[in-house]
Ligand binder design. Sequence first.
Ligand code: FAD
Length: 460
Amino acid sequence: MSRNVVIIGAGISGLTAAYWLHKAGTDVTVLEKNNTAGGTMRTLREEGWLIETGPNSALETTPLFNEMFEGLGILSERLYAEERANTRYILRDGKLQALPMSPGAFLGTSLWSVRGKLRLLKEPFIGRAEKEETIAEFVERRLGREFLDYAINPFVAGVYAGNPEQLSVRAAFPKLYALEEKYGGLIKGMIKGAKERKQRAEKAKDRARMFSFLKGMETFPLAIATRLGDRLRFGCEVLSVSRDDGFKITLRDNGREYTISTDAVVVATPASVASKVISQLAGHLSSSLDTIYYPPVAEVFLGFRHEQINRSLDGFGFLVPAKEQRSILGTIWSSVLFPGRAPEGHVALTTFVGGSRQPELCDRTDTEIVKMVTTELQLLMNVVGNPVFSKLIRWPKAIPQYNLGYGKIVEELERCEHNNPGLYFCSNFKGGIAVGDCVMSGKKVAEKIISMQSANAVAA
Ligand SMILES: Cc1cc2nc3c(=O)[nH]c(=O)nc-3n(C[C@H](O)[C@H](O)[C@H](O)COP(=O)(O)OP(=O)(O)OC[C@H]3O[C@@H](n4cnc5c(N)ncnc54)[C@H](O)[C@@H]3O)c2cc1C
């Protein structure tokens, strides 16, 4: 068992699993439908602008990043975000207000009312939930409505392009949920959890450093692809996986359809593809995977001359709460974060549109969306005139939403893996959507396969 392993999909999840398997000497093949590696994590360069198609950065939540970057020889290309990017803004009453980063700033901010701030004092005395809750229910119960509207709602839009009224707190923010489950409250849990993370050398997302690379995020997947060489095969769309002695994989390889056999398979595609691929193996799970909602997102990259921006660019960018009723989810001040994103004398701003909040906005034409975003930036950031450069990237199915009841899908995935030894799922629909989560999932799957190989070698 597991002498050779096929990984379906060369996004960062599948590539990470492949990296560790290859390093351990396993015979691994990655089959990728497209002609590039990285999945959503790609970087484009046009007319002196550097445009990320998906993640603009990642948080260093796990020491695995450094370990991999060192192993791949790309550590020196990694860039940490500029210090000033630590300031984040949230829109309230049409104005950008800095998110307070210290107790003093918290007391002084007008982002929340005095009443809203005082409500937080109740938090340590609130008991545990008696049923599975959405993020909105959880936060409103523990921290109050105002904190939900003007902290968590925009944050959820920024991370998941999601809606806190639908996402399950247990599935989408397991660490936040665990603070209540394990320690009885968020404030108590944050203090105790910090000590435990220190022991595991992990970092909370709010403490982890943000990074990218000199030449953009795709440096990471491209370095893994280079390491894998011809073990990574492009233009290979997997159509189905069925049982054999091990597994039989039917694929369309640059137009030619045929079947290969393998001892182990890692499904590292989006859920709708995983659903099709495993339909002969696990019909019920296949239907469940097909129900996972991926809202559409448009990523709108706009370039301006420096003098067109009539405000100081002293932060990461801003997030927009649903209550403000705007047509954008938020904007990253991309050229503030990392050097080399805009030509000299210019500014690059990346804005997100759609998500679960306003999926219908993604039905508009490119011209309409660019115009809509430009108008919003003129109003909210005092931008003058039109962009000198624009690029719109559409993700019709952007990010899986871990909605209420998601735990059942995860249980089904685990049951399917248990019933089909040698089959693994490793994608952002399981174990978290952030790049760091995908990297941790990829390593975990590789470890499971490697330990199964060792057990089989001992038994043989
Ligand atoms: C717009 C956007 C912005 C984001 N911003 C951030 C951010 O700032 N920070 C952060 O941490 N995360 C961010 N994320 C999330 C993060 O980028 C993703 O969760 C992560 O990159 C997903 O990686 P993956 O390998 O699981 O899936 P994917 O990247 O979707 O990779 C799946 C791969 O499978 C391939 N495939 C599909 N079907 C087949 C088939 N039949 N046969 C073979 N191959 C197939 C695809 O072509 C693709 O290469 C963002 C995501 C999006 C969409």
